[in-house]
Design a protein around this ligand. Structure first.
Ligand code: FE
Length: 236
């Protein structure tokens, strides 16, 4: 496989380009509208053909490039079934597999940050370094977890997504989140189990109390980003 991690410094968003070497088919996870030209340039330079673009959830802090990428390449666009976006080729649900050439990526429903949050798992046999890879959106961040106080977020759902789903993946799974604000780029399930302060709780109730006590301001771009992202990045 071909793998690239891209960073948007404005919103501290990571986008991920995953290409299948044998067919040239490629997937982009969590694109940023303002980075579209650079992303398309990279896809071209790597001789890839973008066949699918997906978002892990409806973002409140940046505008997606889903629509712009679709217009430029004809790629399919997908999000989870719970998404309110009105412009998708199709939706996915828990247990689906996304096909990118010969690669198969497992879809894991991981609500909590939003009710349309999904994670994506690439088995070690398909990964470039024989380690499984998890694209965890804002469900599991590096040394943190995504806030749960808007967009139908739920600390209880997030606890279940973390402790009953993502943390049960193999310990050596590499974790690639949707954002990082401190310069971390990649982690692993075992590293997060041991060092993520949000995961050092003894019960579901303790986790809910921790998340309920955060009292965070709304993201700067929320009022623009959420409606724009429900139309795949068309700013109205
Ligand atoms: Fe988010």
């Amino acid at each position: 496989m071909i793998f690239r991690q891209l960073f948007d410094p404005e919103s501290s968003t990571y986008s991920y380009l995953i290409g299948d070497k044998s067919s040239g088919a490629a997937l982009l996870i969590d694109s940023v509208l303002e980075r579209t030209d650079q992303t398309l340039q990279l896809i071209k330079q790597l001789n890839l053909n973008l066949t699918l673009a997906i978002d892990t959830h409806t973002h409140a802090d940046h505008v997606t490039g889903l629509g712009a990428l679709r217009d430029a390449t004809g790629c399919k666009t997908m999000m989870g079934r719970e998404s309110l976006a009105n412009c998708l080729s199709n939706t996915f649900v828990d247990g689906d597999h996304l096909k990118v050439g010969n690669l198969r990526i497992e879809v894991i429903y991981s609500p909590g940050h939003t009710d349309d949050s999904y994670s994506f798992y690439l088995h070690e046999s398909q990964s470039e370094n024989n380690q499984p890879m998890l694209f965890s959106g804002d469900t599991l961040l590096i040394r943190g977890t995504g806030r749960t106080d808007f967009q139908n977020g739920s600390a209880e759902d997030q606890y279940n997504s973390l402790f009953n789903r993502l943390l049960k993946l193999p310990d050596n799974t590499l974790v690639y989140p949707a954002h990082d604000y401190k310069g971390w780029m990649v982690s692993s399930i075992s590293e997060e189990k041991r060092h993520n302060p949000r995961l050092q709780v003894n019960s579901r109730d303790e986790y809910i109390a921790l998340m309920d006590g955060l009292d965070l301001p709304n993201p700067k771009m929320m009022d623009i980003a959420v409606p724009a992202n429900q139309s795949c990045g068309d700013i109205v």
